[in-house]
Design a protein around this ligand. Structure first.
Ligand code: SF4
Length: 301
């Protein structure tokens, strides 16, 4: 084991810290983590953990979600500049303006959003719970922020609701085109295309399976199929290639990489353990408002 990994593991024990990593994190970061998962699964793990220092290797909204669920714990985001361009596309003012325009609508907010946006929303959702959350709401009109692709996917599944889409999107998933999907399928005709609902509707229309990152991993792990085209960030491909060496696993397009997710280094993780990073702090009103939106989701999930 190299020097930095040894230091991280020994300091982690000394400080009684829990290291959590998202599936899109670099593999060396995943390898020194106590658990790897989807963003909200990580926040729930942070909440349940006996440790009161959490190092969340991901992007800012993920560390914020952990802080919202366990405000008494110290939560670090190792790479302080790691943000999510989709989360940054919507502001609380945008949500408040939509509420003014559609006073009868409820606001459903994808967890890939800031604490401030969650705080002014009625309820949160994950990519796997979005359909169930939307169905559970009595209002016919639903404002869905920020991801128009996930929102459109849900709108198709729940036609009885009028979904008002916000013009946000994940620049990484939205960059996959129909021709990328068609070319990948042509190159590997007997492969299953597994796509994340942050992809565009025309890409999803080509998919054999649509689901969250964890859902895509589970599908590939349990399927008897031998070939998979992965329609989500390349981290998922890397995990599957390592776990399923006998199977053919290819990305739907080259360079399917979220640069913010790749910012975390082992040096950043060590810096958190050595107290050279600032923990996540949130204003009380954001913390309480966002917590209420997340808890409403958890009650329904
Ligand atoms: S993959 Fe997309 S949604 Fe996820 S962190 Fe990167 S930009 Fe945000």
């Amino acid at each position: 084991m190299n020097e930095i990994k040894k230091k991280i593991l020994s300091l982690k024990n000394e400080r009684n810290a829990l290291i959590l990593a998202h599936y899109y994190q670099p593999l060396p970061v995943q390898d020194i983590s106590d658990a790897v998962g989807d963003s909200f699964a990580l926040a729930k793990l942070a909440q349940k953990a006996e440790q009161d220092t959490i190092i969340l290797c991901g992007v800012r909204f993920m560390a914020e979600s952990a802080k919202i669920l366990c405000p008494g714990k110290t939560v670090y985001l190792p790479s302080e500049s790691a943000g999510c361009p989709m989360a940054d596309m919507v502001t609380p003012e945008d949500v408040l303006e939509l509420k003014r325009r559609y006073p009868d609508a409820a606001v459903v907010c994808y967890v890939n959003s800031s604490a401030a946006v969650k705080a002014v929303s009625d309820i949160c959702c994950t990519s796997s719970s979005a359909e169930k959350i939307v169905r559970s709401i009595p209002n016919r009109q639903i404002i869905f922020v920020p991801d128009k692709n996930l929102g459109a996917y849900v709108a198709k599944k729940v036609p009885e609701k009028e979904i008002i889409l916000f013009d946000g999107f994940c620049p990484i998933h939205d960059a996959v085109s129909l021709s990328d999907a068609a070319a990948a399928k042509q190159a590997l005709p007997d492969a299953k295309l597994l796509a994340h609902p942050e992809c565009r509707p025309e890409v999803l229309s080509q998919a054999d399976y649509i689901g969250s990152t964890a859902g895509i991993l589970d599908y590939a792990r349990s399927s008897s199929a031998q070939k998979f085209i992965v329609g989500t960030e390349t981290g998922v491909c890397e995990i599957l290639k390592r776990e399923l060496p006998g199977k053919t696993i290819v990305p739907v397009k080259e360079n399917f990489v979220c640069p913010d997710m790749k910012k975390t280094s082992l040096e950043d993780v060590l810096a958190c353990l050595e107290g050279r990073r600032n923990p996540i702090e949130l204003p009380e009103n954001e913390l309480l408002g966002a917590r209420a939106s997340l808890e409403r989701m958890v009650d329904i999930e």
